[in-house]
Design a protein around this ligand. Structure first.
Ligand code: 5GP
Length: 350
């Protein structure tokens, strides 16, 4: 057994220090980014926020709403759409705004091959290979085999939280490594297993490792307010993935219920929760426990109205406070200061 003494931080433990700036308005800030991917040779220009591949978030409706918005926002589609629905969708103009998500089972690869078979080659150019624990050899091998099979598709793979595994996945062929174990709003992994890593430190360390190899990272999970998204980009994230912040909208494709006071709600759940496993796998397998929870959240209307405006406005404003004319400069201009409880923990105050 070993205890690592370095301090590891979460979004809540820091704030971004303001810096002298020549910007006079947040409208001067460019929050789109352009990337050339290391392996696929493809490029991306857009606002680098991705809707998580979760029921109620990574929906076809979300991807279509992002396509209408026109800023290059993308949605990682949930794994549970049928082949026909996926073929129809990827044949549409919104295909650029979506990632095809898959796990690492034979069934997942067969389904992808089937969908690709029915589409022109360029229609699906972004893959999100997603497992809860990206540390298994089987996962790295799978990423390698997908890179061999699909040399010109952009591959995002995860999740991991440490530099050495980020490097491993990039060397196996991932263009982007997805970072985050345990920070999700409906995730109970930290409680059920004791495993995890504070998300701000995970992002800083994995981004550093990825950038050293010409790869990128996507910080996935734990953002609850627009300021957390700014902190994730400040920490070096190239993309940020959002679950809970995008749940509860018209695009959720789920039931919206009304209580006796006329208040509208939706159900939102983790993809390893009992609800998800009952829905998609006929129940929780005997050898495993659920690592996600089910919550009721307020219905918030169309995602394109208030929610996206708040998120994008908050991000522009964060850039203005530190004098970053482009989102690209945010990380270089970020100094985090530790706040409140974290300082108390260090100095032993209650
Ligand atoms: P959020 O933005 O809601 O804080 O986090 C979204 C992320 O939580 C997802 O992209 C995914 O990585 C993670 N996640 C989703 N469902 C579950 C779950 O049931 N269990 C765990 N451990 N993580 C989940």
């Amino acid at each position: 057994m070993r205890i690592e003494q370095d301090l590891k931080l979460d979004f809540k433990d820091v704030l971004i220090r303001p810096k002298r700036s020549t910007l006079s308005s947040r409208s001067e800030v460019e929050i789109k980014r352009s990337y050339n991917f290391k392996w696929s040779g493809q490029s991306f220009t857009g606002i680098p926020l991705i809707a998580a591949n979760m029921d109620g978030v990574g929906t076809l409706s979300m991807a279509r709403a992002f396509a209408q918005q026109g800023d290059g926002l993308t949605a990682a589609l949930t794994k549970h759409y049928s082949v026909d629905d996926l073929v129809d969708f990827f044949n549409s103009d919104a295909s650029e705004n979506a990632w095809y998500s898959l796990g690492i089972s034979d069934a997942d690869s067969e389904k992808l091959a089937k969908v690709l078979d029915k589409l022109p080659g360029e229609k699906i150019n972004k893959l999100c290979i997603d497992v809860a624990n990206g540390y298994s050899e089987r996962f790295s091998d799978f990423v390698k085999s997908m890179r061999d099979r699909y040399p010109d598709k952009t591959i995002m793979a995860g999740n991991v939280v440490t530099g050495e595994m980020t490097e491993e996945l990039i060397l196996c062929g991932a263009d982007i490594v997805k970072v985050g174990i345990g920070p999700g709003s409906v995730c109970t992994t930290r409680k059920m297993t004791g495993v995890g890593y504070p998300q701000l430190s995970a992002t800083i360390e994995c981004a550093d490792a990825a950038h050293g190899l010409g790869g990128l990272v996507c910080a996935d999970g734990g953002c609850t307010v627009p300021g957390d998204i700014a902190k994730a980009f400040g920490a070096g994230a190239d993309f940020v993935m959002l679950g809970g912040m995008l749940a509860g909208h018209d695009q959720c494709e789920g039931k919206i219920v009304e209580d006796e006071n006329g208040q509208k709600f939706c159900t939102f759940y983790g993809m390893s929760s009992d609800t998800a496993m009952e829905r998609h796998s006929g129940g929780v397998a005997e050898y495993r426990a659920s690592e996600g929870k089910t919550v009721r959240i307020k219905y918030r209307g169309d995602v394109k109205d208030r929610t996206l405006q708040d998120i994008l406005g908050g991000l522009r404003s964060a850039c203005t406070y530190v004098g970053a004319r482009q989102l690209k400069e945010l990380s270089k201009r970020t100094t985090f200061i530790m706040v409140g409880q974290q300082i108390n923990n260090i100095f032993g105050e209650s």
